[in-house]
Design a protein around this ligand. Structure first.
Ligand SMILES: Nc1ncnc2c1ncn2[C@@H]1O[C@H](COP(=O)(O)OP(=O)(O)OP(=O)(O)O)[C@@H](O)[C@H]1O
Ligand SMILES: [Mg+2]
Length: 433
């Protein structure tokens, strides 16, 4: 049925029925519409609520996330702060470590200084003990450190080395040294090296004035014991003494020598020298140059156990001990020979000793002089048969006394020459020189 037919039918119905139907239909439609709307409305209310809940949830989550983010940001900021704090802490520690390390270095330096000071204090104590103890202890304080092959070279040395020594002063050591050297040079044609180790310089004066050559200001003994020259220097720089003493050379000495010796001694005792200062002369005298240039070395020692004397004893084959033949003087000879004997620990070639009476009244000893020399002989017991009291005595010569320090008696006075020729012959025979 189409809409036209519907309305035709509708006209067939009575009005109230129609309206009733319309009302019913309307109510039905309304109900339908209202029901649908209500349903629809019910349905959309739930979704809305859900959405709202979701939104609320999302908002909540967003808030939470926001809070979390804030928290994270905060903790990140804190972490950054912490990192910064740690960096500061680290740099503080680093600088502390550096300071400690530097402090450690300083401590190490301080420890080294303390150790060094301790060593020095102990050395000073040893030095003090040695200085307050016997003089000989001072010289035997350290174990010997001689030059290489020292003993065999000393034994085989073609150059004979003699020290003229006595710790008693004014007994004729220098006079004997000068005149005996002149004998070996002139009468025996020996090439003699004469060494003055006495700061008084008596031998130096006597020899240079005696042959009339300028004294000069240089002290060669300083260099000889200074440890800085070699044998070649010793042979070449020593002073020539002119035609009257052919082949003889002199190592001069003078007033500053004793302070020089003291410095060497102190430096050695304090361990500040690399070598054993007791053997400095031996090292030079055993050198090829000296062995080639000289047959004989005669050393005039001072009346002290000085560095020079010790060097002389450590380099010699023999000691000649001038003495005045009186009781007191020969007692001093005994004491000296006892001390000299101890140096054989340092120089096993120091074997021979000769005691010579000087300044005697006549050539033949007076009974009291002979008696004194007999006493002197007893001090040779320690020398295992290698010691001798010389038969020749050096009497008092007026000319020697008068010319003291200005002339060499041997060159001026025939009687002096004859006497020293006799003594020289005895020495040469005794010591195979
Ligand atoms: N035989 C002698 N005749 C005369 N006078 C002498 C004789 N021997 C030495 N004299 C004189 O005696 C003094 C001391 O002599 P000399 O200098 O030789 O002794 P010294 O032992 O070397 O002394 P010092 O210990 O001081 O070194 C000097 O004036 C010297 O001229
Ligand atoms: Mg002298």
């Amino acid at each position: 049925m189409n809409l036209h037919e519907f309305f035709a039918k509708l006209n067939e119905f009575p009005g109230d029925v129609l309206w009733g139907a319309v009302a019913t239909a309307a109510s039905l439609i309304g109900a339908t519409f209202l029901g649908g709307w209500g349903l629809k409305s019910a349905i959309s209310g739930t979704a809305h609520r859900d959405a709202k809940a979701e939104a609320d949830l999302a908002r909540l989550r967003a808030n939470t996330a926001e809070t979390d983010l804030e928290k994270l940001k905060l903790s990140q900021a804190r972490a950054v702060e912490r990192v910064q704090d740690l960096a500061i802490e680290n740099s503080k520690l680093l600088s502390l470590v550096n300071t400690r390390q530097a402090g450690g270095a300083v401590e190490a330096q301080e420890a080294a200084i303390v150790a060094d000071l301790r060593t020095r204090v102990s050395k000073f104590d040893a030095l003090k003990d040695a200085l307050f103890g016997a003089e000989d202890d001072l010289w035997r304080m350290k174990a010997p450190a001689p030059p290489e092959k020292f003993e065999s070279r000393m034994r085989e040395s073609r150059t004979r080395i003699v020290t003229i020594a006595n710790l008693k002063g004014g007994v004729g050591k220098t006079t004997t040294a000068a005149n005996l050297a002149a004998h070996f040079s002139i009468a025996r044609g020996k090439r003699v090296l004469l060494i003055d180790f006495d700061y008084q310089g008596s031998l130096t004066r006597m020899m240079t004035l005696g042959v009339k050559i300028p004294l000069g200001s240089s002290i060669l003994a300083d260099a000889l014991l200074g440890g800085e020259v070699d044998g070649k220097w010793t042979a070449q720089v020593s002073r020539e003494l002119g035609a009257s003493l052919p082949g003889m050379r002199l190592i001069t000495c003078g007033p500053t020598f004793d302070s020089f010796e003291n410095r060497i001694l102190m430096r050695w005792l304090l361990g500040e020298t690399s070598d054993d200062v007791r053997y400095r002369l031996a090292k030079l005298l055993l050198s090829q140059s000296v062995q080639d240039e000289f047959d004989l070395v005669i050393i005039d020692a001072p009346p002290r156990l000085s560095v020079g004397t010790v060097n002389a004893l450590c380099a010699s084959h023999a000691i000649l001990v001038p003495t005045v033949p009186d009781r007191l003087s020969v007692d001093a000879v005994g004491r000296f020979l006892q001390r000299a004997n101890a140096f054989r620990e340092l120089n096993s070639s120091l074997l021979k000793v000769g005691i010579v009476a000087c300044l005697t009244e006549t050539t033949i000893l007076k009974p009291h002089e002979a008696e004194a020399m007999d006493l002197a002989r007893t001090s040779l017991d320690l020398w295992h048969g290698q010691g001798k009291v010389m038969e020749t005595s050096v009497r008092h010569f007026t000319s020697l006394g008068r010319a003291a320090g200005r002339e060499i008696g041997y060159l001026q006075d025939r009687t002096v020459r004859e006497l020293f020729d006799k003594l020289g012959a005895e020495v040469a025979q005794q010591w195979q020189m």
